[in-house]
Ligand binder design. Structure first.
Ligand code: SAH
Length: 440
């Protein structure tokens, strides 16, 4: 695709581009020539007119160009997508994530894989594509067969389905869109496997109606890590979605996991996967609870309870009822969508951690996460400290968690880092009865 437009940057705005940052903000643009339409290829030059890079134009976004090449000789045609997709797939193959035909992983992590605005996740033989920028949107029909071909070298691929339904498309002036792009359409539910502490954990994914592309693959390694702290434990898995943390915790020997989420369909999927794995599943009613607890205790089987409610209220209800846990997992949705929301989000994260620490037993473990990229790791640590201070508990950080290797972060694009987590221990005080739970 030849360049149809040329942007000359304002003086002094070329340094990030030279360093490989892939975004041109509208405020950095001096002049635009040619008549590019959304998705067209444009050249970007410094204030003196020297060629810097080339990418796709997005007129209604604050990010007016997403750069793809810094090589003046490279055309942004099909082959430009093809070799980058193959490079991204090669990383996942190297990570061993393309060995299991029923495995799941992120295949393409957008800017961090040199493919701006493009996300592709794999659930067994089904690939799910999200186009989050005008450039990726315009190229998606070309991308679908290319990614299928690159993955099929390693494992069978039956179809590529589009789930371009994320809100960030608004900022690009794009409407939500979904549907099959290549091959067969996916079935209503796909069962995939994720590596657990011991054996793989099976869980169900709803590609068509689930959140994001169907699941939160970014927590795969953190689920194993947290499960390592759950042996023999009573676990509260807050913001559980389809119970990923719960299934791993039960497989690692948790006694009881309570999933709390506002999504009924997600909890139904958690229950189905748990029942299939042989765990005792309660429906969250207190009367059923006692019978199920007895059945689980009699067989020594782990137990799952699913509660469809607001986490903020549930935590307070536990505190009021004097209910306590050995492990609390907090994995809320993204609270910060733009910089102006950081303060309010910080209060919400603090509130969750504050009440969670109050309902943890001595020796209890808090696993707390934030997937808000605009909230820094440093601030997240400070929020945890504030919550511990207010809760009057002495807390140690045991592990610092982040993104798995299939969600890489390019050094030239620090915005690609968004997920952070802390595994903390409530230090028992003098006279506190030490609770014996087997831990990692
Ligand atoms: N821990 C999950 C991912 C959580 S995503 C996993 O490992 O797969 C965030 C979840 O929080 C979503 O499932 C969403 O339905 C739920 N949610 C958002 N706000 C909520 C609230 N106030 N109370 C309960 N659940 C909420």
């Amino acid at each position: 695709m030849p360049s149809v437009g040329r942007i000359v940057l304002k003086s002094g705005r070329d340094k990030p581009v030279r360093n490989g940052h892939p975004w041109i903000f509208s405020g950095a643009v001096g002049t635009l020539s040619g008549d590019p339409q959304g998705g067209d290829v444009v050249d970007v030059c410094d204030a003196e007119g020297a060629w810097l890079a080339r990418g796709h134009y997005s007129p209604s976004s604050q990010i007016v160009v997403r750069l793809m090449t810094w090589d003046e000789d490279e055309d942004l045609d099909g082959d430009a997508w093809r070799w980058r997709l193959t490079r991204a797939v090669a990383l996942r193959a190297r990570l061993g994530l393309l060995a299991d035909p029923d495995g799941a992983c992120r295949l393409v992590h957008a800017e961090s894989d040199g493919l701006p605005g493009l996300v592709v996740d794999r659930y067994g033989p089904w690939l799910v594509l999200q186009a989050l920028s005008v450039g990726a949107d315009a190229a998606r029909a070309r991308i679908a067969p290319l990614i299928a071909e690159a993955v099929a070298v390693h494992v069978p691929v039956r179809g590529v389905y589009e789930r371009s339904t994320d809100d960030v498309r608004d900022k690009e002036g794009l409407a939500p869109t979904a549907g099959p792009l290549w091959g067969e359409p996916p079935p209503p539910s796909v069962t995939v496997r994720e590596r657990g502490v011991a054996d793989p954990i099976a869980f169900d994914v709803d590609i068509v109606a689930g959140h994001k592309t169907g699941a939160y693959l970014d927590q795969a390694t953190n689920r194993r890590t947290v499960a390592g702290w759950c042996g023999g434990a009573d676990v509260l898995n807050a913001f559980s979605y389809t119970g990923g943390f719960a299934l791993h915790a039960l497989a690692a020997g948790a006694r009881h996991v309570v999933n709390v989420d506002s999504s009924g369909p997600a909890l139904a999927q958690a229950a189905a996967a748990a029942a299939r794995a042989g765990w005792v599943v309660a429906d969250g009613r207190e009367d059923a609870e006692d019978a199920d607890a007895g059945a689980a205790a009699a067989t020594g089987t782990g137990r799952m309870t699913n509660v469809e409610t607001n986490v903020f209220g549930y935590l307070r209800a536990c505190r009021a009822a004097g209910r306590s846990f050995d492990v609390v997992i907090l994995d809320p949705p993204k609270f910060v969508h733009h910089a102006g929301q950081v303060d309010k989000a910080a209060r919400a994260y603090k509130d969750l951690m504050y009440v969670a620490l109050q309902i943890l037993r001595p020796e209890g473990i808090l696993a707390t996460f934030s997937c808000s990229g605009l909230l820094t790791t440093d601030l997240f640590g400070k929020i945890a400290f504030g919550a511990a201070t207010d809760a009057g508990r002495d807390v140690q950080i045991l592990e610092r968690l982040g993104q798995p290797a299939d969600h890489p972060v390019r050094l030239a694009f620090p915005e690609g880092a968004y997920l952070k987590g802390l595994v903390c221990r409530v230090m028992p005080g003098r006279g506190d009865e030490a609770v014996t739970t087997s831990t990692a």
